[in-house]
Design a protein around this ligand. Structure first.
Ligand code: HEM
Length: 138
């Protein structure tokens, strides 16, 4: 019986329903998180729409379905995100991936998220020219 329940909750295959379960679990936790929860609760008005977008995003990333048409960089530029928030986001993601998929697949979700988080951080926090901003114009 324990094994059956485990099978139901922990997928050994990356499918659309398994991705949707991971996404739903992740955002349920993220909303309750004291550090990053307020950002989601302030920014997201329609949670069904947000979850649909994120299902499409992860389907595109993990199944190369092409379902996601959007611009994650632009979506985060307007948010009050600090660099350290990404550590929390990734910790919650890793935890939820491990609950939702077998270890090998959880590792794939974790690796993808880490790479995307790095690009988002570069886009949000790397300011070309910041080191030379004090230089007088040529
Ligand atoms: C500190 C970390 C993060 C915070 C606080 C955060 C917060 C948010 C919020 C509030 C939105 C909704 C924006 C809106 O509806 O106007 C959003 C959208 C989104 N986020 Fe994040 N995010 C974080 C990191 C990430 C990471 C690491 C990924 C991917 C691995 C990601 C993927 C997305 C995607 C795909 C969208 C939808 C963009 C669209 O509308 O097309 N986010 N995020």
């Amino acid at each position: 019986m324990g094994l059956h329940v485990h099978d139901m909750e922990c997928s050994s295959e990356i499918t659309e329903p398994a991705i949707a379960a991971l996404v739903a679990r992740f955002y349920a936790k993220a909303r309750l998180d004291p550090l990053i929860g307020p950002i989601f609760n302030d920014a997201v008005e329609d949670w069904d729409a947000h979850l649909r977008t994120l299902n499409a995003f992860w389907s595109s990333v993990m199944l190369t379905s092409g379902r996601y048409k959007g611009n994650p960089m632009a979506a985060h530029l307007k948010l009050p995100i600090e660099p350290r928030f990404f550590e929390r986001w990734l910790a919650l993601w890793r935890e939820t991936a491990a609950e939702s998929f077998t270890p090998d697949l959880a590792l794939q979700f974790k690796a993808k998220a880490e790479r995307i988080a790095e690009s988002l951080k570069l886009a949000l926090f790397y300011r070309p020219g910041a080191m030379t901003a004090a230089r007088p114009p040529a």
